[in-house]
Design a protein. Structure first.
Length: 331
């Protein structure tokens, strides 16, 4: 039997998914852009012994995932879910590597879980499911990484919140050629985050401001959909910044509080606002980590890259364009 090899991109959310229900359904819809320089490549091969997941590091060594850590537990449970769905008995060996530094503190769970799901689905011969991207995104979401469901498609993607497992899925708003946007990621912290997002999604309910965020959501989601369709960077950027701060306000006011910002994060936020005032249009977005995604038009990406590189707290920079979604390399 030949191994199946697929790729999936990570993504940056303009509207962030933060907080879930007891059934792991997102409390709010989210909207993102896929990233062409942050790709996971994953191989799946069936075997008769046991499931295994090996993550290849940039130095060529392998790190075996185990059920002892949260990410490993989620991944092995997900493989079991896919096997049951396929009605098969064989196990699957997974090998995965990232095109971006895995220790750069950039969410790799989106690209990783999307690629793992697609590779396993194809290895078990579920070709129709692979082709039906809406159904595939529902399955990816059940991995526990909602953001991964958005990585099924290329370009600009929405994940619906939904009241049941069947109505939370991703859909493509526009493809990767729609808008020449860039995400210049300023990496200020190489370490992986201390609190996984799965814990944050649960503790969001303890913030007294969660309902305020959810009440504001519909208007902001409509605005971001509109901004993407009209290619209006100011509309998109301002809504993205509001959503970032709104999500971090929930994080910081949850019990226990989550503080992901570092001094470098604030330094870049202030610089982005200054550049904008000087006429260099750019906007910030920050996930569950300290790194800052600077959103700009492609014509300004080199200039932004150069400006970001002059900030002392920045370790490295990754400049992304919108990417295609999950792709098959071989099967
Ligand atoms: O998909 P998860 O469970 O890793 O949560 C995503 C959390 C954020 O990255 C902070 C927001 C988002 O929508 O990508």
């Amino acid at each position: 039997m030949k191994p199946v090899r697929v790729t999936a991109p990570a993504n940056i959310a303009f509207i962030k998914y933060w907080g879930n229900t007891d059934d792991n359904l997102p409390l709010n819809p989210s909207i993102s852009m896929t990233l062409d320089k942050c790709i996971s490549t994953t191989t799946a091969l069936l075997n008769h012994e046991k499931d295994s997941i090996n993550l290849k590091s940039s130095d060529g060594s392998y790190n075996k995932l185990s059920t002892a850590d949260i990410k490993g537990k989620k991944a092995f449970e997900h493989l079991e879910r896919i096997r049951i769905l396929a009605g098969r008995k064989e196990y699957v060996s997974i090998e995965s590597e990232n095109s971006f530094p895995s220790n750069a503190g950039i969410a790799s769970s989106a690209s990783g879980f999307a690629a793992l799901t697609a590779a396993a689905v194809l290895a078990y011969g579920m070709h129709d499911l692979f082709e039906d991207k809406k159904e595939l995104s529902k399955l990816v979401r059940q991995s526990g990484s909602g953001s991964a469901a958005r990585s099924v498609y290329g370009g600009f993607v929405e994940l619906t919140s939904g009241k049941t497992t069947d109505d939370s899925y991703a859909l493509q708003l526009a493809d990767d050629n729609h808008w020449e946007l860039c995400d210049v990621i300023a990496v200020v912290n190489h370490g992986s985050k201390k609190t996984p997002s799965s814990e944050g999604h649960r503790s969001a309910h303890s913030s007294p401001y969660l309902n305020t965020r959810l009440d504001e959501m519909k208007k902001r989601v409509d605005l971001v959909r509109e901004a993407i369709s009209e290619k209006d960077l100011e509309k998109l950027g301002l809504a993205t910044e509001q959503d970032t701060i709104s999500m971090h306000a929930i994080m910081m006011t949850s019990v226990p509080p989550l503080y992901y910002f570092e001094p470098g994060t604030i330094e870049i936020i202030k610089s982005v606002i200054e550049w904008r005032e000087e006429g260099l249009e750019s906007y910030f977005s920050i996930d569950a980590g300290a790194n800052v995604h600077v959103i700009c038009e492609r014509k300004n990406a080199d200039k932004i890259h150069q400006k970001v590189s002059q900030i002392g707290s920045v370790h490295s920079i990754i400049t992304n364009k919108p990417a295609q979604g999950i792709s098959i390399l071989s099967r």
